[in-house]
Design a protein around this ligand. Sequence first.
Ligand code: GDP
Ligand code: MG
Length: 442
Amino acid sequence: SLSDRLGGVFDRLRGRGALNEQDVRDAMREVRVALLEADVALPVARRFIDAVTEKAVGHQVLKSVTPGQQVVKIVNDELVAMLGGEEVVGLNLEARPPVVVMMVGLQGSGKTTSTAKLAKLLKEKQGKKVMMASLDVNRPAAQEQLAVLGEQTGVATLPIIKGQAPVDIATRALQSAKLQAVDVLMLDTAGRLHVDDALMAEMKAVAAISTPQEVLLVVDSLTGQDAVNVAQSFTAGVDLTGVVLTRMDGDARGGAALSMRAVTGKPIKFAGTGEKLDAIEPFHPGRVASRILGMGDVVSLVEKAAAVVEKEEAERLAERMMKGQFDMNDLRSQLRQMQNMGGLGMLAGMMPGMKKAKAAMAASGMNDKVLVHMDAIIGSMTPKERQRPELLNAKRKKRIAAGAGMEVQDVNKLLKMHQEMGRAMKQIKKMGGLKGLGALFG
Ligand code: GDP
Ligand code: MG
C-alpha cells in the first residue's frame, strides 16, 4: 500500500522537524504511483501532486508520527478537499415544478438504471411525484427498459410513441408532466460508445427545450484514463450540475471520482453501488479518499496524534467520566480539546461510541461556535459551581449567563449537554470502555 511505500521513503528521515522539498518530492513519486493504480487520470494526478507538494514542503512533522505518515495525512486532506470537502451534495430541486433532471453519459455507463434509482429515492424518501421519460431512440428496447424499471419502482413513465425524435419526446414529457402535476421529471437520454458531435448536438437540443435544473453526468467508475475525455466533452457540450459515479461496488479504486471532479468542477452527487434499484448512495468524499489511498488507518492515526492534549489528561478525563465525576472543569477541558482537534467534524467516525456522543451533542444544539460560547459560560461559574453543577438554581444561572454575555437558555443547553455526555459515556463504557476512549484521545 501507499503507507508501506512512504514508510520506506521516510524511514531515514525519522525525527526531523519539517518536511523539505526533496523529501516531499520522493514521497510524491510514490503518491503518483498510488493515484495511477487507483485509476486517476494522468493530468489530474499531476495537478494533484503539484498542489500537495506546495502544501507539504515545510510542514512540521508531529512528534509521534513518521514523516511518511504525516505526508499521507496531507495527501488525504487534499484528496478530500478536491473531492468536494466533507460536504455531501444532494439534488437541487428548488425550482418551479416540474423540475427537470437530465441524465447524460456514455452508453452503458448506467444512465437508465441511475434514472430509476434516483426516481425511486425521490418518491420514497422525499415524497415527490416523479415521472421518467426515455429519450433513447438509438438502442433497441431502451424505452421499454425504462418502462419496466418504472413498473418495478412504481414510478410513472411517459407512454412510448415509436418514431419520435428525442427533442419531441422531451417536449411531450414536459407537457404531460405539467398536466399531471409532476414534481420531478427525469429525462434518460441516449448514449454512444464514444462522445461524438451528433450526441452533443442532441444533448444541447434537449437541454434547450427542457431547461433542466440538474444535468447529471453518469460515469462508470471503472472508466479510468478515459474519464478526462468523457468529462471534458460533456462539460463543453452541456451545463453539467453534477456527477453520478456508478459501479462503485466493483473493484474500482475510486480514481475516476477525482478525475471527474477535477475536470468538470462539479460535485459528485451520488454513487451507484449495485444493480438493485436501491443501490445508490450520496457521495462521501472522505470514504472515497481513503479508498483511493487505501489507508484510513494511517490517517486516523495522525489525526489522533494531532490532538494537542496529552494522553494522560485524556485518560484522566475518561476515568472521571466513567466514575460519574465528570464536572464542568472536565467539560471545559474537553471542549478545548475538541477545538484543538479541529472542531466537531474531526471527531466523527473515529470510533463507534463517538458517533453517539456527537449525535447527543448535535441534539443539544452543539456546533463549533457553541464550543466557544460554552467555554465562556463555564468561565463565569464559580469553582464550586464547576465542581457541582447541580447547585445551579435560577438565580445562579442568571448571573452566569450575564457574566458570559449569553442567555439563561444557553446555560441550560450546556447543562443538558453535560448530562447527555454523561449518558453517551455510559454507552461507550458498554462498547469497550476506557480502552476505547484512551485510543480516541491518545
Ligand atoms: P445506460 O446505457 O447508461 O442506460 O446503462 P444502464 O443503466 O442500462 O446500465 C448498464 C448496466 O450496468 C446494467 O446491467 C446495469 O444493471 C448496470 N449498472 C448500472 N449501475 C450499476 C452499479 O452501480 N453497479 C453495478 N454493479 N451495475 C450497475
Ligand atoms: Mg440507457
